[in-house]
Design a protein around this ligand. Structure first.
Ligand SMILES: [Fe+2]
Length: 383
């Protein structure tokens, strides 16, 4: 028995209609994770019965909903929805305006600017987009509710930038969007005795300013989500744990952006040290956002603890013209339109990056049960 899960991230309409058909017919996944930047609300587009404009500080929740509605009616996404597989939708920064959203005026007004004047404008834009995302998920997708009693939001979880200029937004503006879902070895949903457990992180709602000093006071996940994540990762009985993070753990800098875990290294390293200290195995990370497909591996001496991250991105988006600077953890990178494929078996998971147009596997590596180590099954093509 085995089953597949696919992931796609960064989708600009007009590029990938045939890909979904190929992905479904070749690999027959039981689920697909939409891993962020879907849609880009800054893109104006007239198609499929919708005529949309770029959103800014004056946009309403309905304006955001229109973008989500249009995206859900893209022929490729419609085909995916009609396939009856599970579809999970995760937001990243471009479900809001600006670039590299971190609740700051600076990033909200980065190109494409929302033309905010005050922090209140930024918070209002966030709230409209966040409410529209809830509508989007409940209308079109299959994200499970988070029923864990420790999945909470407190006043301390609110992002620091949102509190500037005397603002005091309610905690309900930052409601829980992170969750976990178990699967049995036959690919059916199973939260009682899962073989695979997916942990989907919210990398946006609680984050500190990207440019804040990177020390123990800087957070991307916020205190409540971080505590939830650690507690349930440690207590998970699943053989494999798939961490869905819209941000790279080790980025390919220079080619796309610096908005990844490389600017939150203290919190990242604390999480990875926690996994090592608690002997949590079968862990791998799947990310998006950076428009350079890449794979990162962080090995330790004697492989007492390792880390393996797959970034199958972008699905249908252009690349930066800048040549990327490869991180020391990067073992493979390429510039193609891709999707991710997680093939879950009894004793191993194969993690692949596949070409969008052909479905062909470009990279494949494995994690073995009882380990976090990247192991080679197919020799990856060097960058
Ligand atoms: Fe993107």
């Amino acid at each position: 028995m085995a089953f597949n899960i696919s992931t796609i991230s960064c989708f600009v309409p007009g590029r990938a209609d045939a890909t979904v058909r190929k992905m479904l017919s070749l690999y027959n996944p039981v689920a697909c994770v939409l891993l962020g930047d879907m849609p880009y609300i800054s893109k104006s587009l007239t198609a499929w019965g919708y005529s949309l404009s770029t959103l800014d500080k004056n946009s309403t929740e309905q304006d955001f909903r229109d973008h989500y509605d249009q995206f859900a009616n893209h022929p490729a996404i419609k085909e995916l929805r009609n396939s009856n597989i599970l579809i999970y939708s995760v937001f990243d920064d471009h479900e809001w305006g600006g670039n590299d959203w971190d609740h700051s005026l600076v990033k909200a007004n980065a190109t494409p600017s929302i033309n905010a004047i005050t922090q209140a404008d930024v918070n209002k834009h966030w709230k409209a987009g966040r409410d529209a995302h809830d509508y989007n998920v409940s209308t079109y997708y299959d994200n499970p509710p988070n029923t864990d009693l420790d999945a909470v939001v407190t006043a301390a979880d609110r992002p620091e930038n949102a509190l500037l200029e005397g603002q005091d937004p309610p905690v309900s503006d930052y409601s829980v969007a992170y969750w976990r879902q178990g699967f049995a070895l036959d690919g059916s949903l199973d939260n009682v005795a899962p073989h695979l457990e997916i942990f989907t992180l919210d990398c946006m709602s609680y984050m500190d300013d990207i440019e804040k000093i990177d020390d123990a006071n800087k957070t991307r996940l916020g205190p409540s989500q971080l505590a939830w994540f650690k507690a349930h990762l440690a207590s998970s009985t699943a053989t494999f744990k798939m961490i869905v993070s819209s941000k790279n753990t080790y980025g390919v800098s220079g080619g796309s952006n610096f908005d990844d875990w490389d600017t939150y290294t203290t919190e990242r390293d604390d999480i990875l040290a926690f996994i090592a200290a608690n002997s949590i195995t079968g862990v791998f990370w799947v990310s998006g956002d950076q428009h350079v497909n890449n794979v990162a591996v962080q090995n330790t001496v004697e492989h007492t603890y390792d880390h393996f991250m797959l970034n199958p991105c972008p699905f249908a988006q252009v690349y930066s013209a800048t040549t990327p600077t490869i991180n020391t953890q990067t073992i493979w990178a390429d510039k193609q339109q891709v999707f991710g494929l997680i093939s879950v078996h009894q004793d191993y998971c194969d993690l692949s990056i596949c070409n969008t147009a052909t479905g062909k596997v470009l990279f494949k590596g494995s994690v073995l049960a009882g380990s976090n180590r990247y192991s080679v099954r197919d020799i990856p093509v060097a960058i």
